[in-house]
Design a protein around this ligand. Sequence first.
Ligand SMILES: *Cc1c(COP(=O)(O)O)cnc(C)c1O
Length: 235
Amino acid sequence: MTRSRREEIAANLHAVRGRIGEAAAEAGRDAADVTLIVVTKTSPASDVRLLHELGVRDVGENRHPDAERKRAELGDCDLTWHFVGQVQSNKAAAVAAYADVVHSVDSERLAVRLGAGAQRAQRELPVLVQVDLDTTGGGQGRGGAAPPAVEALTRAVATTDGLRLRGLMTVAPLGQPAGDAFLRLAIMWRQIRMTYPTADMLSAGMSGDFEEAIGAGATHVRVGSAVLGSRPVLR
Ligand SMILES: *Cc1c(COP(=O)(O)O)cnc(C)c1O
């Protein structure tokens, strides 16, 4: 007998929660201080509904308008929708109207557009500044501001009407030790929090490296395939 999708997701979720608990214990942290965001980007709304039934309250999406559509379809579920992908400038105002948190602010230009969209929607949008920790200098197209630009960008976000600075986010650079990147991010985060106490989120770690991120102090891990299974290659 084949397992139902619900059983499959439940088992994966259980395993991931167990790993989060172990990583937190190993780091001397309380697992309750680590929020699991399940990244549902290529999954149908029916999977998101199952996740909700299984107790998940935070989900991540990376594309407009998929995110907007799923959110509308699941309007009856109390879910926090995290936008974790790069935001195209011409989509910024739309994203600012429905996202609960945007993790991927990497330019002042984008901050201004998100802030304007949030104001138009009469809300304050929580955002994180995404940091690109690639040391090869090539940039890997995964978004993020270079470390020397982060301080000015956090200041810009903190002073943009419509936005609320909530912290920093990164995607570990490919082919480099993720743990080093996460530790560098955590150091930047500690400095930023001294100036901006609202910046209480450190968003780091995906299916392949969330334990290292927890070790470095991540408050939010973004896990997709370890919960939902592998995605088609195209995204
Ligand atoms: C897809 C994605 C994730 C989740 O990746 P997995 O490897 O499937 O866990 C996390 N963060 C971002 C920004 C993503 O685009």
